[in-house]
Design a binder for this molecule. Structure first.
Ligand code: MN
Length: 415
């Protein structure tokens, strides 16, 4: 019997806050140690290994120290690109690590006429065949699936794993209902295991001709909705799949990152100062060593939302030994001082909604640029920071080039 580990959405380098940075590195380290301990034959990472295509070198270095240990234990790491891994115009860290031989990108395709042909990669030790499609630029990915030569993949024999980094329409969690997704019919049938990534929620699904579709969810979660779900008790980790000529067992390996406390408070009908006072009372609990998520929502009857001293509440909790404090007050407003309504809870949901609402006011001849998801992508690309050794001019040029690539202005203007 063989076994492999399936993980995704590790997002190394997502955090700048030192505590979260450490927890993030610890979670990765624990997962790798577990793979060595369980003597898996290989590790398959289905995208978003790093948070950005060109991460900070200290993050890469730390990850490499761990990866080398795994490599020395004789366990290869196979990857596909996630939506966070590619850079619009250049080489991603994944390519460099692939070239250096510390991981192998298993997504290989060729465009032949009107078809996309996937070449599956065979793991020498187990004979498992891996066929993967990497996340691509907005829109392109769907096109690749539409052009996919499924027949030749379906005909292939042996133990087959299909690796992907996309949402599947039929199995999309409710809270991601607006996320772009692909119907299951776009995937080749009859694979032994469909190894997913991209969805930050663990899930195991089945469908006629697609027996085992698995999303491990993220390995570590330090922000927004993901962090909230974690402190509410959702387990994070990865899957270990035992197989010979077919899948024999699928087991989730939980990686415990931290203990958490979740508190929700409804401020509707109350006055800001009253809320400030009640929140302090509510949080007079043992938070030592725990991550605290505080969600405050509702419409204040009086006072401004800024009358509630959130910075002070945060520092008080940290003073009481909280590991980390996450305040969510997107849903808080005031009757007296209405603010611009940004509905939705997650930053990306808010951005998406605002862009969708405003896009109608933009007058532009090129209709493809009026897609909110393109604007979201530009936002993502422009969030990259200047590298410590990068000249300001080079950074500006890189950002301009990235934005042009993302907006596909070259295609638009036929250059
Ligand atoms: Mn992800």
């Amino acid at each position: 019997m063989h076994k492999f580990a399936h993980m995704a959405d590790i997002h190394l380098g997502a955090h700048r806050e030192p505590t979260l940075q450490k927890l993030e590195a610890d979670a990765f380290s624990k997962a790798m140690d577990k793979c060595v301990e369980l003597e898996v034959d290989f590790i398959l990472v289905c995208g978003d290994f790093f948070h950005i295509g060109i991460p900070d070198l200290s993050v890469v270095n730390e990850a490499l120290l761990k990866i080398r240990q795994v490599q020395k234990a004789g366990i290869p790491i196979y990857v596909i690109y996630g939506s966070h891994d590619y850079t619009p115009n250049g080489t991603s860290i994944i390519d460099i690590l692939d070239t250096a031989g510390v991981m192998t990108n298993v997504a290989h395709w060729r465009v032949i006429g009107s078809k996309v042909k996937l070449d599956s990669f065979e793991d020498k030790k187990t004979g498992a065949k891996l066929a993967g499609i990497s996340a691509r630029k907005i829109g392109l990915e769907r096109k690749y699936y539409e052009m996919l030569d499924k027949e030749s993949l379906e005909k292939e024999d042996g133990f087959k794993v299909f690796a992907f980094h996309s949402a599947i329409t039929e199995f999309k969690p409710e809270y991601l209902s607006e996320m772009e997704s692909l119907p299951i019919s776009y995937f080749p049938k009859g694979f032994d295991y469909y190894a997913g990534g991209h969805i930050h929620q663990r899930g195991e699904f089945k469908f006629p001709n697609y027996e085992k579709i698995v999303f491990p969810g993220p390995l570590f979660t330090g922000y927004g909705k993901d962090l909230e779900a974690t402190v509410k008790g959702e387990q994070r980790g990865f899957y270990v799949v035992s197989f010979d000529n077919k899948v024999r067992q699928i087991e989730f390996q939980a990686i415990k990152n931290f203990e958490g406390i979740y508190q929700e408070y409804n401020a509707t009908g109350k006055n800001a100062l009253e809320v400030d006072k009640e929140l302090r009372r509510l949080l007079d609990i043992n938070v030592n060593g725990k991550a605290v998520v505080l969600k405050v929502r509702g419409e204040l009857a009086g006072g401004k939302t800024s009358d509630i001293n959130f910075p002070e509440i945060r520092s008080r909790l940290l003073g009481m030994g909280a590991l980390y404090v996450h305040l969510n007050r997107y849903g808080l407003s005031s009757k007296e001082f209405p603010k611009f309504a940004a509905r939705g809870e997650e930053v990306s949901a808010i951005e998406g909604r605002i862009l969708s609402e405003r896009i109608g006011q933009v007058s532009i001849s090129q209709q493809t640029l009026k897609d909110p998801s393109v604007a979201m992508e530009v936002l993502r690309v422009l969030r990259q920071e200047q590298k410590s050794n990068e000249l300001k001019k080079d950074y500006q040029n890189r950002m301009v080039r990235s934005a042009i690539e993302t907006l596909r202005l070259k295609e638009v203007f036929g250059q």
